[in-house]
Write a protein that binds this ligand. Structure first.
Ligand SMILES: *Cc1c(COP(=O)(O)O)cnc(C)c1O
Length: 456
């Protein structure tokens, strides 16, 4: 058989360090600022929220950071993840392009998120932390952290956005199966939650509010820290194992991508697949090549393509540090969207920075176009993608169709960040014609942007 489908690495070839793009940036990342003083943050400012090892990683400019052995042992439960050549999709599209996808749905939680949940839980346990708090929207991060926390004896409290707490009981069941405790947010367990409920007793919740609640609990309890599933430098760092593996697997295949694609919510799976390739380019040498790197986001929440590059808060309660990022404003509420994991108002500072440096492109798609691509993918490759991942599938298909029109045989790599087994109701809506494309409200965006904090 010559037409190879899967490129698998032996466990012994799993990367032993993460790649830190901060080491290779031609211009350093603008620093995060203290929300009160507006001065650059020092490590001690983050100490109430994160363990020291994570703070070090957040600020590090070391190029390679060792993956601790106990973390590698857990990651080996599903890593190295497979790289597929999408031969059946190529045939369906009748394209001369070669399409590869790195499949992260093989993790216990069904997405890339455990790649960071496991090291975060381990570092916290090492430093004597007893409990982790976090937020979750669709439930993917909450379930990943429940799984990882349980492995290292940590209690995990998850503030789950009220609307998904009510509408997605299976997600909650998964979090509870792994030992996590879910609290519908806004809740009565925090001062901020109580203040929101006093004003709006039926509030459906938002990620920004849930982050404020989780941060408040961690800040007020010595034995409790906070864990974030995307956006921050250390989370992006942990995801680079995805792109590092892909580089080795594409070498096995004798290929090198002309286009690298990832969907972006907070930016972590995109950075995971993309940063190791950007690093090859930034460092120069034999493997340096200009590859197109494409970030794909929903048209209903287009922070990279339509947001302002400015200092903003990560949460609605304005408790987090200010970071410079592409943002729609921390008050922005995107319209209902099935790709819940992409509904965040901001973008990772590192992803925003490489966009400003011209190292990546951004584009956005409406959700019906993404589900159409996801169904084509499922009917050819078999795997049903997560609604978030459908954005990357759409872009990969469009690039392959461009290659067909131009008669070019380019190599396309995308990250299939997760499977869609928890999101079949979204597919039901799509297949029954009930899915509508929603644009965000321009007036609301203008208002949210006018509320950006003033930083000199
Ligand atoms: C959470 C999630 C995303 C978006 O988050 P990023 O931090 O941008 O990666 C994408 N795909 C899946 C399957 C997710 O669960």
């Amino acid at each position: 058989m010559t037409d190879r489908i899967k490129y698998q690495l032996d466990e012994s070839r799993m990367p032993t360090s993460w790649y830190n793009i901060a080491a290779d940036l031609p211009v350093p990342l603008p620093p995060p600022l203290h929300p009160g003083t507006l001065q650059p943050l020092g490590p001690s400012d983050l100490a109430p929220l994160f363990p020291n090892a994570i703070i070090e990683q957040e600020m590090s400019t070391e190029r390679w950071i060792d993956i601790p052995e106990p973390v590698r042992e857990v990651l080996c439960q599903w890593r190295p993840s497979p790289l597929f050549r999408a031969r059946r999709l190529e045939k369906l599209l009748d394209t001369p392009a070669k399409i590869y996808y790195k499949y992260e749905g093989v993790s216990p939680a069904g997405s890339h998120k455990p790649n960071s949940a496991v090291p975060q839980a381990w570092y916290n346990a090492q430093e004597g932390v007893k409990r982790l708090t976090t937020e979750t929207g669709a439930g993917q991060w909450g379930s990943s952290l429940s799984y990882a926390g349980g492995l290292f004896g940590l209690d995990v409290t998850i503030f789950q956005v009220r609307v998904s707490y009510d509408q997605k009981p299976y997600r909650r069941a998964l979090m509870e199966t792994w030992g996590g405790r879910c609290v519908a947010s806004p809740s009565n367990e925090t001062e901020y939650g109580r203040a929101v409920l006093a004003q709006y007793p039926d509030h459906i919740g938002s990620l920004g509010i849930a982050i404020s609640e989780a941060v408040e609990v961690a800040a007020k309890n010595d034995d409790t820290k906070y864990a974030l599933g995307s956006v921050l430098n250390h989370v992006l760092l942990h995801q680079t194992i995805v792109g590092e593996e892909a580089i080795t697997q594409l070498e096995m295949a004798g290929d090198d991508p002309d286009v690298v694609i990832g969907c972006t919510g907070g930016g972590s799976n995109f950075a995971g697949i993309a940063f190791p390739f950007i690093g090859l380019q930034l460092r120069g040498g034999a493997n340096a090549r200009k590859r197109r790197i494409v970030a794909v986001e929903p048209s209903a929440c287009p922070s990279l393509s339509r947001g302002q590059y400015a200092y903003d808060f990560g949460d609605t309660g304005r408790m987090t540090p200010l970071v410079k990022m592409h943002t729609l404003g921390s008050e922005f509420t995107p319209p209902g969207l099935h790709a819940g994991g992409l509904r965040y108002h901001g973008m990772a500072p590192l992803v925003s920075h490489v966009k400003e440096l011209g190292l990546i492109e951004a584009r956005n798609y409406h959700q019906t176009a993404c589900f159409e691509a996801g169904v084509m993918f499922a009917r050819s490759e078999g795997i049903v993608p997560a609604p978030e991942s459908n954005h990357a599938v759409r872009a990969a298909i469009d690039e392959a169709l461009r290659c067909k029109a131009e008669g070019k045989s380019e190599t396309i790599l995308f990250c299939l960040s997760g499977h869609g087994h928890f999101d079949m109701s979204a597919y039901t809506n799509y297949l029954s014609g009930k899915l509508v494309d929603q644009d965000y409200d321009e007036k609301e965006l203008a208002m949210a942007l006018s509320g950006l904090p003033k930083v000199g």
